[in-house]
Design a protein around this ligand. Structure first.
Ligand code: C5P
Length: 401
């Protein structure tokens, strides 16, 4: 199932490095071609000979290889389809996000043009350290996919989070990566994201706390899966994923979002992830309203953008329409109602009681369809983006067969 897939495995200095040998076996048994890179730390735990025996290829350690004219740091990333760093130490992740290149492995990360999977391994205090957590968030923002470590008794004897994910878990993530990749090739998608705003006067507006992170993560996952994506993003969305297949359109109000979305049609996929203001202000002032004038706002209901797409007749209607439901109670009941009211194929339901979700990096969601509810575990917004892209790819396949 991984036939012809080329994986560059970077092994950094952690006791979990011995497990990477198992990972190589799982990958090569599934047909992948694996090439190993060892850092100086990695060399303390596994030998180049073990890696070479299992991969059937030379293990790379040095930047400059005397036996070849190749520039290792460029060549190794160019001929791989995916880079897996397992185990990934705190130091290596720190180097990655600061753009340091003082050995072969870190320079590969600087020169790379391929997707990355990170499987961290470290002591619990190192994991919890705010500096490390900042680096980890930055690495994910830069596009790396995280396979979180487990909670267990660690090699140092302390108990907590930090044990590298099992080779089988990393293997599954690699398989999932390739299953999603190119599953949406040739497809087009429109994603709405972030908060819309409604102007009150020339300096004030009404809005909400949506950050646009989830919508950006969905756009990125769809683009990584091969789709051409139009991301229609609200003013407050500060996360703009850079991907050659994503075109980002900035809008302010719900009316502008509606316009932009309809202009972007036709599309195979629509994902309505934006937190659209429910009401527009009808007596907006063009000047700054003085306090002495007082403020009395009048509203009218905004158009429902997701509904305007979900209810389109065929063939204008995208084949897969996904909406969101953020509720504080009766989550699944309301999600079901939204499915039919808005003509969606899937509602991604979030429990937002207690301020969860908005602006956070993690999300907990249920996939609600006409005949099923699939409650997912809490995961990063990138991971949820991939889960949604993968659901969409399967739904499209089902429609087409
Ligand atoms: O009705 P409610 O706002 O709870 O529904 C949320 C879903 O509908 C989200 O997918 C949101 O993007 C979409 N929506 C929309 N236009 C609106 C209101 C909500 O597209 N005016």
């Amino acid at each position: 199932m991984l036939q012809e897939k080329r994986i560059l495995l970077i092994i950094t200095g952690s006791i979990a490095a011995y497990k990477s040998l198992d990972l190589i076996r799982l990958l090569t048994k599934a047909g992948a071609s694996v090439e190993g890179v060892l850092t100086k730390g990695g060399l303390q735990f596994v030998t180049p000979l073990s890696v070479e025996t299992l991969t059937g290829k030379k293990a790379h350690i040095e930047m400059w290889d005397e036996s070849s004219y190749e520039m290792n740091h460029i060549e190794l990333s160019r001929r791989a389809d995916l880079i897996v760093v397992a185990p990934a130490t705190a130091d290596f992740i720190s180097k990655m996000i600061h753009g340091k290149g003082d050995d072969l492995a870190s320079t590969i990360m600087l020169a790379k043009n391929k997707p990355i999977i990170l499987a961290p391994s470290m002591n619990v205090e190192m994991w919890d350290n705010p500096a490390f957590q900042r680096n980890l968030t930055a690495a994910q923002t830069d596009g790396a996919r995280l396979i979180p470590p487990q909670i267990d008794t660690l090699a140092c004897g302390e108990v907590g989070i930090g044990k590298m994910a099992e080779p089988a878990t990393i293997f599954e993530a690699v398989k999932a990566h390739f299953a999603l990749e190119s599953s949406l090739e040739g497809k087009s998608a429109i994603v709405t994201s972030g908060a819309t705003i409604e102007r009150i006067d020339s300096v004030r507006f009404l809005s909400n706390f949506s950050s646009g992170k989830q919508g950006a993560a969905i756009a990125l996952a769809l683009a990584n899966a091969g789709a051409q994506v139009t991301l229609v993003a609200g003013k407050s969305s500060d996360v703009t994923p850079l991907h050659p297949r994503i075109t980002t359109l900035r809008i302010e109000s719900a009316a502008e979002m509606l316009d932009a979305v309809h202009q972007a049609l036709p599309a195979d996929i629509f994902v309505g992830c934006a937190a659209v203001c429910d009401f527009a202000i009808t007596n907006r002032a063009d000047h700054k309203i003085k306090k002495s004038e007082g403020l009395r706002l009048q509203f009218e209901e905004n158009p429902d953008i997701a509904r305007s797409i979900g209810m389109l007749p065929s063939p204008e209607r995208p084949q897969v329409v996904v909406g969101f439901a953020a509720e504080t109670d009766h989550l699944i009941d309301y999600a079901r109602k939204k499915l039919s009211d808005k003509g969606c194929d899937l509602i991604v339901a979030n429990d937002v009681s207690g301020g969860a979700v908005f602006g956070k990096d993690e999300n907990q969601a249920s996939f609600v369809t006409e005949d099923s509810v699939d409650t997912l575990e809490t995961m990063g917004k990138e991971a949820l983006g991939r889960a949604i892209a993968s659901w969409i790819a399967q739904a499209l396949q089902a429609v087409e067969t």
